[in-house]
Design a protein around this ligand. Structure first.
Ligand code: ADP
Ligand code: MG
Length: 426
């Protein structure tokens, strides 16, 4: 039905004039050794040589960087710490409100959330007999928390992600995924709107607030990158150009040439996010008027220095990945024929690969098939291993989306079983 590719912008709160270009784009490849004079490097020139070398490694870090970047004593000690959620990932469900259009079309709500944990899926409009529903297999699910449609963005953030931000400031890694069908509220949850900013924005705000509380001496350095995977192609959202090539090096999977910005404030990050979102590939589909057709990954890397027991200065790196996945519905649910079906197939291919990885992790397999898609290659260090992972499954209340909602809930239910033990990766 709709064939042209458009881009959608979520308007984010921006300061009126653009700040002076304190941030300087750095690409890994070309600028690695020609960094003199850039703002980012200047801030590190006062560091000991060893630490400077470490920060160079950090800059090379990409979304697939398999471990905490530095192998300093302190850092390897940090990465060996048990994941903050124990040996599991946290899975949340968020129900979005019924839209005006759906209400006008006479749609009925097919989801009930009880006690902020239990999700009941019912095809009946006024179903209150939860006990009876409980007996219906595949219709009752329990999660770490389930957010009814009245839940605020702040509450979703505080319950699901705030702990990860704290962990990142201790030199650990954390990932938050939004999963669900097109129109279920993934981008709203991740990015939000001007009035109701989402998890990405609230996490960055919180991060800078916490950094300010911890140190006034500029000890913490924040780097940021933003990319999308579209049709099995990796693109830099902050500096669009040629597709990025994934490459494996000592640090894990590297998106060669990915821009990393040094960020100084929330406002600045907002600007970068807005720029990135303007570059994001979106598409009107039947299911959603402006649907994100790509998987978007925002990565925030925080570096800081601490003194170890012998009073040596050591570098620590924490990394937070915030991932807005493309819609999980079947290709047929969007548009048939044309580019859309290829796109749908590719979206499904990477989501299928993600599900295969989850299944392999749940089953405790040694071989986790990360290589099956670009998305899973990039997320290698966000699933399994000693990661701190949060999944937010977004669902629609509309009875017409019953099948998709059920699929999403089954997927999330399965994801609950992932154990975050160290495992071999390919
Ligand atoms: P997705 O990214 O999953 O395709 P969107 O986040 O774009 O879906 O959401 C689809 C529509 O529903 C958007 O208009 C969005 O503003 C609205 N929406 C989603 N979740 C909520 C919510 N929790 N509260 C209010 N509106 C929401
Ligand atoms: Mg979206």
């Amino acid at each position: 039905m709709h064939n042209s590719t458009i881009t959608r912008t979520y308007v984010l709160p921006l300061p009126p004039p653009p700040p002076p270009p304190q941030t300087q784009a750095q690409t890994h490849d070309a600028k690695e050794n020609a960094v003199a004079g850039t703002d980012r490097i200047l801030s590190f020139t006062s560091l000991p040589r060893k630490a400077r070398a470490s920060t160079t490694v950090a800059r090379r870090l990409s979304l697939g960087g398999a471990k905490n970047v530095q192998e300093t004593e302190a850092n390897s000690a940090v990465s060996e710490k048990a994941p903050i959620f124990g040996s599991r990932i946290m899975v949340f469900v968020r129900l979005r409100p019924m839209s005006k259009k759906e209400k006008e079309a006479g749609s009925r709500c097919c989801v009930r959330i009880v006690n902020r944990r239990d999700v009941y899926l019912t095809e009946f409009a006024n179903e209150n007999d939860y006990l009876r529903l409980k007996r219906l297999r595949g219709r009752h699910f329990t999660f770490d928390a389930s957010f009814p449609d009245s839940t605020s963005q702040q509450e979703v953030y505080s319950t699901s992600t705030a702990e990860l931000v704290e962990a990142v400031l201790q030199g650990r890694n954390g990932s938050v995924f939004c999963y669900g069908a097109t129109g279920a509220g993934k981008t709203y949850t991740m990015l939000g709107t001007l009035e109701n900013p989402g998890v990405m924005v609230l996490a960055i705000k919180d991060l800078f607030t916490k950094i300010r509380q911890r140190s006034c001496d500029g000890n913490h350095v924040v780097h940021l990158s933003y990319l999308e995977v579209y049709n099995e192609t990796v693109r830099d959202l902050l500096s669009p150009g040629r597709p990025l090539v994934l490459r494996e090096d000592k640090q894990g999977m590297v998106a060669a040439g990915l821009t990393q910005y040094r960020a100084y404030s929330t406002d600045e990050v907002m600007q970068l996010l807005q720029r990135g979102n303007q570059n994001r590939t979106t598409e009107p589909t039947r299911a959603n008027e402006t649907s994100s057709r790509s998987h978007a990954i925002l990565q925030v890397v925080v570096e800081y220095q601490v003194k170890d027991a012998s009073m040596n200065v050591v570098n620590r790196v924490g990394k937070l990945s915030l991932i807005d996945l493309a819609g999980s519905e079947r290709a047929l649910a969007t548009d048939q024929r044309t580019v859309r079906s290829l796109e749908g197939a590719n979206i499904n291919r990477s989501l299928l690969a993600l599900s295969s990885c989850i299944n392999a992790l749940v089953e405790g397999k040694k071989h986790i098939p990360y290589r099956n898609s670009k998305l899973t290659q990039l997320l290698k260090d966000s699933l399994g291993g000693a990661c701190n992972t949060v999944m937010i499954a977004n669902i629609s209340p509309c009875n017409l989306s019953f099948g998709e909602t059920q699929n999403t809930l089954h997927w999330a239910d399965r994801a609950k079983e992932i154990r975050t033990k160290a495992c071999e990766v390919n």
